[in-house]
Design a protein around this ligand. Structure first.
Ligand SMILES: Nc1ncnc2c1ncn2[C@@H]1O[C@H](COP(=O)(O)OP(=O)(O)O)[C@@H](O)[C@H]1O
Ligand SMILES: [Mg+2]
Length: 260
């Protein structure tokens, strides 16, 4: 079943000098229930813009966005807010936690808008979620006292606490070292699979991208299926001693992708 579907989506903004910047130039993408999709692309290629449109935080300039078959443009803002709150969980590169609040407070926050059982049991539900991400012993710690990896686990717990059907991760490992990033990604994959949520991960790290089942590449606002095997080969050729994370754009030629 189609969860979220973009048809020929463009996004343009008018800059201070009155010129127009075309950020997305006709993107079509369908994400099904339980799908795991990765999107790689250089900095400035429009990845965050695309993710915000998928998550209904931002509207396209032209084209359509449909969530579970309903066209988003036609919705009133109250309905849209509820739809997003009930269905979408975001994980960002910079964690975006409230620094002076505890891990538990941060994870409970989205449940403040929930109804019924979820609202009344929010403390227990948040504590259970923190337990699930391996932070059961840290629930009362202030967010800014936690390590980067721990903060991202809290952010994952917060994104998942309302059991969203769609998890959107924008460079979730971008602020973490390789090992911490890898364990955070396994956790994200695991919990998404466990809850049968769809996961869309945006990254410039090919190892992170390779975890998904379907791979895309965004290049100057155009989305195309990506062949990660070829991208890996190109990166390996470019860097004989693989020392760090393999990133798109380090190769002398852009990694090629095949259509299909
Ligand atoms: N609201 C905006 N106003 C002006 N420029 C923007 C705006 N949003 C994004 N951009 C520009 O559009 C391009 C793509 O942005 P973004 O989607 O954040 O790319 P990415 O996440 O791939 O780095 C960048 O050059 C960025 O500076
Ligand atoms: Mg970005």
């Amino acid at each position: 079943m189609s969860l979220v579907r973009l048809d020929d989506v463009t996004k343009s903004v008018t800059l201070a000098d009155d010129s127009t910047l075309e950020i997305l130039r006709g993107v079509s993408l369908e994400v099904g229930a339980g799908d795991h999709v990765s999107i790689v692309g250089r900095s400035g290629s429009g990845k965050s813009t695309l993710l915000n449109i998928l998550g209904m935080l931002d509207a396209p300039t032209t084209g359509t966005v449909a969530f579970e078959g309903a066209e988003v443009r036609r919705m009133r803002s109250g309905r849209l807010d509820r739809l997003r709150g009930n269905n979408v969980g975001f994980v960002f590169q910079q964690f975006n936690l409230l620094p002076g609040r505890t891990a538990l407070d941060n994870v409970m926050m989205p449940l403040g808008h929930a109804r019924g059982r979820m609202f009344w049991n929010r403390r227990q539900i948040a504590a259970d979620m923190l337990e699930r991400v391996g932070l059961g012993h840290r629930i009362d710690q202030l967010a800014d006292r936690l390590s980067g990896g721990e903060q991202q686990r809290v952010a994952i717990a917060r994104a998942l606490v309302r059991r969203p059907v769609l998890i959107l991760a924008d460079e979730p490992t971008g602020a973490l070292d390789i090992d911490t990033g890898a364990s955070v990604m396994s956790l994200l994959d695991e919990v998404a699979t466990e809850t049968e949520a769809a996961l869309v991960t945006i990254t410039h790290d090919l190892h992170v991208a390779a975890r998904a089942r379907r791979h895309y590449r965004l290049d100057a606002g155009l989305l195309a299926p990506a062949d990660l095997t070829r991208a890996f080969e190109a990166s390996t050729l470019a860097e004989p001693v693989p020392a760090g994370p393999v990133t798109v754009g380090m190769s002398p030629e852009p990694a090629e992708e095949v259509a299909g």
